[in-house]
Design a protein around this ligand. Sequence first.
Ligand SMILES: *Cc1c(COP(=O)(O)O)cnc(C)c1O
Length: 466
Amino acid sequence: MKYISTRGQAPALEFEEVLLTGLAPDGGLYVPETLPFHAPEEIRAWRDLPYDELAFRILQPFVAGFIDDDAFRTMLADTYAAFDHKAIVPLQQIDHNEYVLELFHGPTLAFKDFALQLLGRLLDHALEKRGEKAVIMGATSGDTGSAAIEGCRRCANIDIFILHPHQRVSEVQRRQMTTVLNDNIHNIALEGNFDDCQRMVKESFRDQSFLRGERRLVAVNSINWARIMAQIVYYFYSALNLGGPDRKLAFSVPTGNFGDIFAGYLAHRMGLPISQLIVATNRNDVLHRILSQNHYEQRPLAHTLSPSMDIVVSSNFERLLFDLYDRDGAAIAGLMDEMNHGKATLDRDALARARTLFDSHSVDDDATCATIREVFEQTGYLLDPHTAIGVKAARTVRRHQDQPMITLGTAHPVKFSEAVEKAGMAYPELPYHLSDLHDREERYTVLSNDRAQVQSFMVREIFGSA
Ligand SMILES: *Cc1c(COP(=O)(O)O)cnc(C)c1O
């Protein structure tokens, strides 16, 4: 399978190159040139497959030629063996025809593990094939960093450096990163804020000469195609468990960068009968404004009780726009240029097409807490604030009461105790495999917000000398 850029000006690439590359050279994002399509008979025949085998059937066409089938099967089995629930993605019913899909049974208790557990293994395989080693560098405000670290801890060909703002992430989030003691894991607590961390990473990518030409820097942010791909599987898995493909279903997705919900859109295009996809946002509602009012305008970041959805720009939305504009790369380049200048409106036909499948809703902190309380009172089940936004949006803009509505449960409530406490709930307990988290040994290095110091630290850690 070949991958092309959404802006139409970059050469098509194979999977292996896309895996190792971030943005396309024309500034676009890579998408498959064509999508596999599965007829209902084929999907129906997958009904009894365990999660890892279903993942193989769905993902194999995307990686064909990069990894042989047996090795890929083994990789997928290993990936999902790291999850603490036998079903991998259990469904929790919260009302008649209403469900939460629990995507937080991976090592860091949030759905990003689905993508990053697989991505680490795919990257390591690519590097092994090429006889190369790589350095992953990323900034985190808490969540993605731990998922990336867990995804890479056993990768022989990767050193990973994660920068977090010193004393500005929660204790659980810090410990999830800093108690991973493998030699290739390097946690930097930067004396600065999250923006300083991001700037440091950006500057290091721009000029990689400090790595002496011996290593390449690889990004694992959510525009990486392999991350999106891994997220398609659970849409199929949950639908098959609730009567698909012989029954239509709807999904509500707590959305930030539009990666997770874009995977749902791909599942729909690949043949899964999805009747509605709900873009559930917090007060950072740029996507809701564009879908409901055709008004794109960048606004300053708002800090909310659902921090993993606090975004200004939703990068992966460009991938959907590419399809809505009939894959016209030049049109997308023009539109993205307008958006980068702060304001834009969509072509009316493109927006109408989006609205046949997508609805959106924005939920503020008060409504988030009210939903956590409401669902707890109705069921005894505790939602995390991101998932609560999904449930609230589902209950507000649902189209079909007679079809199952599945909200993606993107995190375990213990990760976001501030919101849980604000909602008036008791502090949830850590799952048993993390119950000793507060007693584990930590390792991290505090560095000042100074590029020379950070880079020479990295060089010492990678090469053993400055
Ligand atoms: C990353 C994240 C999201 C948003 O997912 P996107 O793919 O960026 O839309 C939602 N909830 C949680 C808990 C997350 O970590």
